[in-house]
Ligand binder design. Sequence first.
Ligand code: PBG
Length: 328
Amino acid sequence: MPRFPSSRFRRLRRTEALRRLVAETTLGTGDLVAPLFVKEGITDPVPITSMPGHAQHTLESVRKEVVEIAGLGIPAVILFGIPIEKDAVGTQADREDGIVQRALRELRAEVGGDLVLVADLCLDEYTDHGHCGVLAADGSVDNDATLARYRSIARAQAAAGADVVAPSGMMDGQVAAIRDALDGDAFTDTAILAYAAKFASAFYGPFRDAAECAPQFGDRSAYQMDPPNVDEAVREALLDVEEGADIVMVKPALPYLDVVRAVADATGAPVAAYNVSGEYSMLKAAAANAWLDETRAMLETLIAIKRAGADFIVTYFAKDAARTLQEG
Ligand code: PBG
C-alpha cells in the first residue's frame, strides 16, 4: 500500500458539488457595489466607449439603472457626479442642487432603505484643473484648505440622503475632518468608507474619461500612494480607522491583492476593494477579441479579491456578476 495515494487532493475535486462543499471562499451578490456616473445637463445617457455596458447617466436613466441594480439583489451603489461648470475650488461639489445631491434625493425617494447609497467624496470631477483638492500658489494641492472643502461636501451629501460618504482624495486627516463635520451637523449615522490605500495607478485611465477628471497638469503622485509600498498602506488604513473610518478600501484591487490581505489582517475592520475601471476595461477588451472567456475571467477575478480578504468589492462587473450568480 502506498502511504500517499495519488488521489490525496483530487477526491474532493471530483464533482461540482464536492468542490462547492469545500470551497474556502464564496462570492455572492451581497458582496458587490455598483459604481454609477451621473452627469448634469445631458438629455440622454452617453455610453462610455472604454467601459462597455457603462454610461454617463441622466437623473432619469440613473433612477432606472438603480431600480434594476436593486432588483438583482446588489446591496449598494456608489455615485460619481459630473457637473456642467467646473472652477478652481469645485463649487458645484457641495451645492444643495449639485448633481450628486439631486441624484441622492431622487434615488432615496425611489428605493427607500432597500439600497445603500454611497457618495464618492472628492473634488477632481468638480475642479477645472482636475486635481482632487484646491491648489496652493505653487500649484501643489493644499491639504488643509482641501479638508475644509471636504467637510462641506460631506455635509451636503449626508443632507441629501447618502448612507455612506467615501472620501477618495487621499488628503491627510480627511477622515477625522469629515467625521467631525458630520457629527457637528448631527449626521452621526452617516458612515465613512475611506479610500485608505489608494495608489497612483495607470488603471484609472478609463474612469478619467467617464468622470471627465483627468488632471490638466502634473499627476496625482504627490497625494496618492506609491505602488511599491505595502507597510505604508497598512499605516494609512490603521490611521483611518483611528480617525473614524467605518470601512477601509484598497484601490486598485488586482495589482494590490497583497495590500488587501495586509490591511484586512492588520485592521480587522470591514475591508473593501475597488476593482477599478482599467481592470474592467482590459478584461472586456480581451473578451471582445475572444482572447478570454469573459464570465470565467470575471468570476475568477472577483473570488480572488474576496480570497485576499475583501469583505466586498466595488466593481463595474456588479450587474454582470449578479446575473451570472443568479443563473446558478
Ligand atoms: C477620484 C477617483 C478616481 C477613481 C475613483 N475616484 C480617479 C483618480 O483618482 O484619478 C478611479 C476609479 C476607477 O478607475 O474605476 N475621485
